[in-house]
Design a protein around this ligand. Structure first.
Ligand code: IMP
Length: 182
């Protein structure tokens, strides 16, 4: 295990099994429809890549990037679009794919923003849900795992753009971000 991490929270095998399950559920819920999955960069990239390969209905994917925490473990509460979609979503069935819902500010903003573009439907899929820190309510349609209030990295999630390539979800040791902001 990496010395910056305290412990493994979710193993590679557990993630794999859950991604397969979510993929099956989405495939059955969208039977007969075409789907547009919208991955939120950069964190959801690995989850989206694994998930789309478990979906059996016709699926396209695109990406959006919003301002993130940067080199910080806390949310500033401000959301800005840094990269928008390539095409319009009018009349499309879309699923927003996130790595983690924490305060809910990012997904609330994104869901409202995308709903205003007149899609046929909007659903939310997240790998992780940290409900203890919620500021804005978010209706999650597909959730991988509910996790405790700890800062996690791996499988796309980062701290200061590091650790994204770990194959499992690990709890980051607080000593790594303890002196943040000093
Ligand atoms: P929210 O707007 O507070 O819900 O934040 C969502 C974003 O915060 C996620 O897309 C992540 O980029 C980041 N984030 C929140 N908690 C964690 C964590 O434990 N590890 C890594 N990133 C996190």
């Amino acid at each position: 295990m990496h010395p910056d991490c305290e412990r493994i929270l979710i193993s590679e095998g557990e993630i794999r099994a859950r991604v397969v399950e979510i993929g099956r559920r989405i495939s059955s819920d969208y039977a007969g429809k075409e789907l547009l999955m919208i991955g939120i960069l950069k964190g959801a990239m690995i989850f989206l890549a694994d998930l789309v390969r478990e979906i059996t209905v016709p699926t396209q994917y695109d990406f959006m990037a919003v301002s993130s925490y940067g080199a910080s473990s806390k949310s500033s509460g401000e959301v800005r679009i840094l990269k928008d979609l390539e095409y319009g979503v009018e009349g499309r069935h879309i699923i927003i794919v996130e790595d983690i819902v924490d305060t809910g500010l990012t997904l609330n903003y994104l869901a409202e923003n995308l709903k205003s573009r007149d899609p046929a439907s909007v659903k939310i899929c997240t790998l992780l849900d940290k409900p203890s820190r919620r500021v804005e309510p978010v209706e999650i349609d597909y959730n991988g795992f509910v996790i405790p209030d700890e800062f996690v990295v791996g499988y796309g999630l980062d701290y200061s753009d590091r650790y994204r390539n770990f194959p499992c979800i690990m709890v980051l040791s607080p000593k790594v971000y303890m002196n943040e902001g000093e």
